[in-house]
Design a protein around this ligand. Structure first.
Ligand SMILES: NC(=O)c1ccc[n+]([C@@H]2O[C@H](COP(=O)([O-])OP(=O)(O)OC[C@H]3O[C@@H](n4cnc5c(N)ncnc54)[C@H](OP(=O)(O)O)[C@@H]3O)[C@@H](O)[C@H]2O)c1
Length: 436
């Protein structure tokens, strides 16, 4: 590997947050210093750091680095060229630091999807106004170069749809539920014990983390400011082992997907459990792995798969951003300057059109199916298939219906009436079918 040219000043980095990602970044910059310097054209060195607890052993040496108790003070550190924010959270010190660094004219690298999803539109405007680069490869799908792939690699395409498995915790839980035929609560508890799920798992399992990432992907794919509030979000708490098994019988796997698409009406963005055909490449992305699929008008379909979290993969993405900055490479945050961004409206979930899987627990007695299909007919929903598992006169049996494409609003109206029938015993399960 060629050495950086002598005389090239190192890029001096300040790192706020020395947890999983921060410590991983310091390790990468130390162990791969030679190739990073060669690719960056100059050494990339850490000069200053900040975290909450100064004495904590982080598995990486901090000797000789300037320590700040207050991360926001890093923005004013005179020896710092680039500020790396790895604290997390949509507000608080992470936001204060990013805004202070931009105001001070210092390029920022962040892995913080919550911050970008919630405040990204304003922060991007600030960065553009100050002419300061803001890089965030690590914020979506960890080690997968999804941002670069979409914003730069596919820049010549009109993107029709971008979709992905964007949360490794959910994908791990759904994979174990399928492979071992176990229920959600039990697998979640085990994932927490193994360190694959947080003590408070709601951000992951309720789909919020995936929605943060989808909001960012949608902004990049369609060239418009990020709009987290427009993402429809459902998590995986209600997915059952029974539905996963029944989906398998029908030739599908259940995945938590984030999907953003564009049509004549505008842009829709949604995160929810989906049934995807077993043969679709994304159906085979299991365990903690993430994947991002993009469809462009000239390129066709592209899929990237890899590790969406963890010290190594996330540090890999942060390092790529630092190398870009060291080389002076950067693009506008959403791919185009604010004056050239798209003003397409957001399409609400009620207007979503697609196929559905509906699983009911019904009393096995005459007339029940006629009642259910009558309601679907009233709402102009046509059935594709129906499956009744076993016979148990007078007792509850599962009945599975799949529909042809219909509008979400019609399906919701039908579902409310079906759930109110005497013979329907539990809350029906509804899963959208996605032909990915
Ligand atoms: N973990 C992943 O795999 C992953 C993947 C992609 C993106 N990300 C994103 O990367 C960011 C960091 O995640 P992480 O997993 O590394 O988090 P983490 O392990 O919880 O580390 C957070 C770090 O921030 C420090 N910190 C918290 N509050 C602070 C404050 N007020 N002042 C100074 N330092 C403070 C903590 O200090 P102490 O250590 O002293 O407590 C800790 O070092 C988040 O935005 C996350 O969403 C993480």
């Amino acid at each position: 590997m060629s050495q950086p040219r002598p005389g090239h000043k190192p890029l001096s980095v300040a790192v706020a947050g020395l947890g999983t990602v921060g410590a991983g970044l310091l390790k990468l910059l130390s162990e791969n210093a030679d190739i990073v310097a060669a690719r960056a054209g100059r050494p990339v060195t850490v000069g200053a750091v900040s975290a909450r607890t100064r004495g904590r052993d982080r598995g990486v040496p901090l000797d000789g680095l300037r320590w700040y108790d207050d991360p926001v003070a890093l923005a004013a550190d005179p020896g710092t060229d680039v500020v790396v924010e790895l604290i997390g959270g949509s507000d608080g010190p992470a936001r204060a630091l990013v805004e202070a660094a931009i105001a001070a004219g210092k390029p920022v690298v962040t892995a913080n999807k919550a911050l970008l999803a919630v405040h990204g539109a304003a922060i991007a405007e600030l960065a553009e106004a100050r002419g300061v680069p803001l890089a965030f490869e690590a914020a979506v799908a960890g080690g997968i170069p999804a941002i670069k792939g979409l914003r730069e690699g596919l820049a010549g395409n009109r993107i029709r749809r971008v979709a992905g498995i964007l949360n490794g915790t959910c994908n791990y839980i759904l994979t174990v539920m399928r492979e071992q035929g176990r229920e959600f609560a039990e697998v979640l508890a085990e994932a927490q014990a193994l360190g694959y799920a947080e003590a408070d798992p709601s951000f992951d399992i309720d789909g919020i983390d995936a929605a943060h990432k989808l909001a960012i992907l949608a902004a990049l794919a369609f060239g418009r400011p990020v709009e987290f509030g427009a993402v429809h979000v459902e998590g995986i708490r209600e997915v059952t082992a029974l539905d996963i098994a029944l989906a398998g019988e029908l030739g599908y796997r259940i995945k938590l997907l984030g999907i953003a698409s564009r049509d004549a009406a505008g842009i829709s963005a949604r995160v929810h459990p989906c049934m995807v055909p077993v043969a679709a490449p994304i159906a085979r992305v299991d365990g903690v792995f993430n994947a991002v699929v993009a469809e462009g008008d000239f390129v066709g379909r592209v899929m990237l798969e890899g590790r969406g979290a963890g010290a190594g993969p996330t540090a890999s993405a942060v390092a790529a951003d630092l190398i870009d900055l060291a080389r002076g490479r950067h693009t506008p945050v959403w791919g185009a300057a604010s004056g050239a961004l798209d003003a397409a409206p957001s399409v609400p979930m009620d207007r979503h059109c697609g196929a559905y899987y509906l699983r009911l627990m019904v009393l096995d007695r005459p007339g029940v199916i006629a009642d259910v299909t009558g309601i679907l007919r009233d709402e102009a929903i046509s059935l594709e298939s129906m499956l009744q598992r076993g016979r148990a006169p007078g007792e509850a049996v599962p009945v599975v219906l799949t529909t042809h494409d219909c509008e979400e609003a019609a399906m919701r109206a039908a579902l409310a009436r079906i759930a109110a029938l005497d013979s329907v015993l539990e809350k029906p399960a509804l899963i959208r079918v996605e032909p990915l």
